[in-house]
Write a protein that binds this ligand. Structure first.
Ligand code: Z5A
Length: 222
């Protein structure tokens, strides 16, 4: 399948990617708070699991009780989560002119199921792009951190966090490769930096994207 990247014509689509414990949830919340302060309607979301179907998929793919999954099954489950997420959550919010901030998206599949597993990268990418109608973020922020450092920020492990250090190193390298191939749509930041410093660098890159995003008119509500 050959598809062309689609960038939403209204709203702004921002994605956080990176390994475990890199600070994606922390930074997506900080960005959401700042955008709200700036008067923009924001949707903060995540993959996998931010739809009714997605919650069930998340339970299957991340619960260690699931045990070994065929790698293609795993990739298709993540793809199902993505199509539901894009069609019912992300696209409607962008159409309303909102800023959509997602904690993980297609690059997580390319990194974890692609580089991390033994699937054919081209086939896997086709599936992930098809599932999302090839909708791309205007900006993907990669929070880059050595896997040892990220994993040590947690004590409990889910199914993928329990993978080897080599697996997580391949995942890290895949995120960096994707960013290097398309610098206009990526920002790579050292996730060891102080939280506020990272947040400021993110805001600097997001600011120019806000021209096509809606603004909350507080005056109209009065
Ligand atoms: N997955 C996949 O395989 N394929 C796919 O297509 C998709 C996902 C979409 C999702 O797990 C799993 O699904 C993930 C990939 C796979 N695999 N794993 N493993 P999740 O959603 O449960 O978790 P996560 O996305 O990996 O996020 P996380 O592990 O919860 O980490 P985080 O959101 O990046 O970090 P955080 O919660 O913001 O911060 C972690 C801790 O570090 C916390 O105590 C913070 O206070 C601290 N922190 C944050 N920033 C800093 C800085 N700058 N310095 C020091 N400490 C910090």
């Amino acid at each position: 399948m050959h598809s062309s990247p689609v960038y939403a014509a209204s709203g702004a689509f921002v994605c956080f990617e990176g390994g475990e414990g890199a600070g994606k949830s922390t930074q997506s919340r900080l960005l959401r708070d700042w955008l709200v302060e700036q008067g923009h309607p924001v949707l903060l979301t995540f993959e996998p699991g931010d739809t009714e179907v997605g919650r069930r998929v998340r339970q299957i793919v991340l619960d260690p009780a699931t045990g070994e999954l065929s790698h293609r099954t795993e990739a298709l489950l993540y793809a199902a989560d993505k199509s539901e997420h894009v069609d019912t959550v992300v696209l409607p919010a962008l159409a309303r002119g909102e800023v959509v901030v997602t904690d993980r998206y297609v690059d997580s599949t390319l990194a974890y199921q692609g580089a991390g597993r033994d699937l054919d990268a081209g086939e896997l990418e086709s599936v992930a792009r098809w599932a999302t109608g090839d909708l791309r973020p205007h900006l993907t922020v990669v929070l880059d951190l050595a896997p040892e450092a990220g994993l040590s920020r947690f004590t409990e492990r889910d199914r993928i966090e329990g993978e080897s250090l080599e697996f997580h190193t391949r995942v890290r390298e895949a995120f960096l490769r994707l960013a290097a191939a398309d610098p206009g749509h990526y920002l790579v930041l050292d996730a060891r930096a102080p939280v506020e410093e990272i947040a400021e660098a993110v805001r600097d890159r997001v600011r120019p994207l806000l021209g096509q995003a809606a603004h909350v008119d507080h005056g109209a509500a009065r």
